[in-house]
Design a protein around this ligand. Structure first.
Ligand SMILES: [Zn+2]
Length: 282
């Protein structure tokens, strides 16, 4: 239907026809403001019915590099910033995020199946209960302004109920924190045990950049947007790679036109994932 608007001016009746088509469109769309922006954007808003769905985008792995970390905090949209503990710039970037009104999470390192180094302060499988609890407390103490926690790596440790029990008990004892399962293993029990400890919780539905490849990132962003247009509460995770950041700088200001309201992760912790998601990270 919108194709008619792109036809070149070919006759004296064009303007009359154009006004007629616009009138029909404006009458058919429920929100006049959205209808106007839909016409400017070539009909992009036609993918949804005028209702804004809330979605969250967590940028994690923040803290190792200053430039990309700042760029993530300064993204033009309500992203949530998940900071690695015991990193060179973690505290500084958490402070910057707080000052700019961005929600801060602790990105808690946990051991992966491939035994890759998860970084300082990680929860490891061969730790005993006291060591796990101490690691969680130290990580929480290292990052200021933390409202919630997600796991960094962890495809090994998040499958172990005992370790997850100790982690979630410490998070529950620390106060009003939520937990979001990054779902690096299809066999993770982290979200279930967080729920048992009465932590507010949800899980990642999409990784925006499972590999640092522009075409893959474009596709993942499209899938996140399509899912968020279909349903409320979709959560994606991206990383502070230049390839990801440059795309988000362009796309985030247009999300509202696409029917998506970006909100802090804390606003969506009562929305568990509806679809099973695959294992995608260490
Ligand atoms: Zn991570």
């Amino acid at each position: 239907m919108l194709l008619g608007l792109r036809v070149e001016h070919r006759g004296e009746y064009w303007w009359a026809a154009r006004l007629l088509v616009m009138g029909v469109l404006l009458a058919a769309l429920p929100v006049p403001g959205i209808a106007a922006s839909a016409l400017q954007e070539g009909g992009e808003a036609s993918a949804y019915n005028g209702v804004l769905h809330r979605a969250a985008l967590i940028i994690d792995d923040v803290g190792e590099t200053l430039h990309n970390g700042r760029r993530a905090v300064d993204l033009p949209g309500e992203v949530t910033i998940a900071v690695l503990p015991h990193t060179p710039y973690g505290r500084e970037l958490a402070e910057r995020a707080q000052q700019r009104g961005r929600e801060v999470m602790l990105h808690l390192p946990m051991e992966a199946k491939n035994r890759a180094n998860p970084g300082p302060g990680a929860v490891l499988l061969d730790m005993d209960e006291e060591e796990v609890r101490a690691a969680v407390r130290a990580a929480l103490a290292d990052v200021p302004h933390v409202r919630g926690v997600n796991n960094h790596m962890g495809s090994l440790v998040t499958r172990h109920p005992g370790h997850m029990q100790w982690v979630m008990e410490e998070l529950a004892a620390a106060g009003d924190l939520y937990f979001i399962d990054s779902r690096t293993s299809a066999r993770t029990v982290a979200q279930r045990i967080a729920a048992e400890q009465r932590l507010k919780n949800s899980a990642r539905a999409y990784f925006l950049d499972p590999v640092r490849d522009g075409e893959v990132i474009d596709l993942q962003i499209q899938q996140f947007i399509a899912a968020a247009q279909r349903e409320e509460g979709v959560i994606a995770i991206g990383h502070p790679y230049p390839e990801t950041l440059e795309r988000l700088e362009r796309i985030l200001p247009k999300l509202a036109q696409k029917g998506i309201e970006l909100v802090p992760a804390s606003a969506l912790v009562d929305y568990p994932p509806k679809d099973p998601v695959e294992e995608m990270e260490p």
